[in-house]
Ligand binder design. Structure first.
Ligand code: ADE
Length: 228
């Protein structure tokens, strides 16, 4: 898989992909992640990528020209499955979307900035838009990092214990059950007896009950109930 990220702030994205699972996935050749500074594609002599909005609102708007050049530069080299734009005014990203994107070959992620992007970019160049939650970040870079991380960690071979990604929260629509490690008794704080019992089937039942209880309590919306 290949992920090309177009951004005005490549420095912000140099760290997140150099650690842990994503770093190992890159080293194993499971994914190639490339950053493309948007300013490199500006035809303006000051390398500007934004301009004042028509209609007189506050804030700057990302212009079409540098974005189109950046996208054309990439799409002239290979076909892309999706061109994703990160922005708060979009559907909220979730595990299902990560699963689906992880099956694709080539992705572009365009990081939003300033007051927004000229609507013509969204109408004519972008194929998919995601928010990572109902709050506003300084830019779409952190959202691009979140989306990339969630995709890469579930690529086959990225996590050595393959079963572990499948038991993540949300993979079955529920939150994960609590987990424990040694010691079984830490200063009187005890691990639930059932986990020490060795009864695999009973332990599975307990985990499922815990998942359901936790989901009902913390995220009833996942069960189709209204959130508290
Ligand atoms: N850019 C700013 N806020 C964002 C959000 N919540 N999701 C995606 N991109 C963003």
């Amino acid at each position: 898989m290949r992920i090309d990220i177009i951004t005005v702030l490549p420095e912000l994205l140099s760290g997140p992909f150099d650690h842990s699972i994503v770093k190992r996935a890159r080293e194993k050749g499971l994914v190639e992640i490339q950053l493309h500074p948007l300013r490199d594609f500006s035809e303006d002599k000051h390398r500007r990528v934004d301009d004042y909005p028509f209609g007189g609102e506050a804030g700057m708007v990302m212009a079409v020209q540098p974005i189109e050049n950046a996208i054309r530069h990439l799409t002239s080299q290979r076909d892309y499955d999706e061109i994703i734009f990160t922005t708060p005014d979009a559907p909220v990203f979730n595990q299902g979307a990560a699963n689906q994107l992880s099956t694709l070959q080539n992705l572009i992620i365009l990081c939003g900035h300033y007051k927004g992007v000229d609507q013509r970019v969204r109408d004519h160049l972008v194929t998919m838009e995601w928010s990572i939650g109902d709050y506003v970040l300084s830019g779409g870079e952190l959202a691009a990092a979140v989306i990339t991380d969630s995709i890469v960690r579930i690529l086959p071979g990225a996590i050595s214990d393959g079963a572990s990604a499948l038991s993540d929260s949300f993979q079955d629509g529920l939150l994960s059950p609590p987990v424990y490690t040694r010691p079984a008794d830490y200063k009187g704080w005890k691990v639930p007896e059932i986990l020490l019992s060795g009864h695999a089937a009973k332990i599975d039942d307990w985990k499922h009950e815990q998942s359901l209880e936790k989901t009902r309590r913390l995220r009833p919306d996942l069960l189709g109930d209204s959130p508290n």
